[in-house]
Design a protein around this ligand. Structure first.
Ligand code: ZN
Length: 276
């Protein structure tokens, strides 16, 4: 049976990444039950681990992201929203929220994906507030990964995001190619379906609370969504190039409200994607 943890552990092992060698990762592997271990107690009696949600505040440090009409920087907006969501969910015992960055630093795109792998995330959500050439474009939208972008705007956004960093790719040159291919394919299909489910649920839920962009279910080839093991969604919370959206995103109170709605939707999906 597929388990995300098994696939992530195998991938890290196969690829010999730094994350696989960390003491925390080794300890987790040591704790992970082997398939041939003793019969397990009934499911109800097993204490479930908290669901792991990795939030990724887009941009940071030398990469400000989009700049709003009055100078608001995307990197500050995304960090603030992610911190709000983390605070909102902090009292809960059933979900653990981790941030790929908690201050104004630059984190590479592969580094963000590797962070989700290292922490065996059940869901990875990258938060953005980009600019669109059409300044009338406004509202929330969510992206899943696809080789083919859903439209020109989607492709332009992904191209700009990806250009800040090298493109993430697994170096599988030194491994058993067939095994790796099967493993990655299996994991990729599972993650793809889970990503689409998460995207649909978040957009539907948010549609009751905030303004959505036209065609809010979008897809593009974002490097930060390329994990084959962790379901991943990129949320454009709004457009800093639109004066009304910028007003909402730069105001601490309205940002907190947006984060409150996001926390509710994202937490519910993360719990449903949690593995025992
Ligand atoms: Zn962005």
């Amino acid at each position: 049976m597929y388990t995300r943890r098994l696939v992530i552990t195998s991938l890290l092992g196969l690829l010999g990444t730094a994350a696989a060698g960390t003491p925390a990762a080794a300890a987790r592997r040591a704790r992970a039950p082997l398939p041939e271990s003793k019969p397990q107690p009934p499911a109800a009696k097993i204490a479930r681990r908290p669901a792991v949600l990795v939030l990724d505040p887009g941009h940071g440090g030398r990469d400000p992201g989009a700049i709003g009409v009055t100078g608001t920087e995307e990197k500050d907006v995304t960090l603030s929203i992610c911190k709000h969501i983390q605070q909102q969910l902090a009292p809960r015992k059933d979900i653990k929220v981790l941030l790929t960055r908690d201050r104004d630093v630059y984190v590479t795109l592969p580094g963000r994906v590797a962070f989700a792998h290292e922490h065996e995330a059940d869901l990875f959500i990258s938060i953005h507030a980009d600019a669109a050439p059409n300044h009338a474009a406004r509202g929330l939208s969510a992206y899943s990964r696809s080789e083919r972008a859903s439209d020109t705007l989607a492709r332009q956004l992904a191209d700009r995001e990806n250009s800040v960093d090298t493109i993430f790719g697994f170096d599988t040159s030194h491994t058993d190619k067939q095994t790796t291919a099967i493993l990655i394919d299996l994991a990729r299909r599972h993650s793809r379906n889970a990503s689409l489910l998460a995207q649909r649920r978040i957009v539907k839920g948010m549609g009751h609370e905030v303004r959505l962009l036209e065609n809010p279910m979008r897809s593009a080839n974002f490097a930060v969504l390329r994990s084959p093991a962790v379901p991943s969604v990129l949320i454009e919370t709004g457009f800093l190039s639109n004066p009304q959206d910028e007003r909402i995103l730069r105001n601490a109170q309205s940002r907190a409200k947006l984060a409150h709605y996001l926390a509710k939707q994202i937490a519910s999906v993360t719990l449903d994607l949690r593995e025992a």
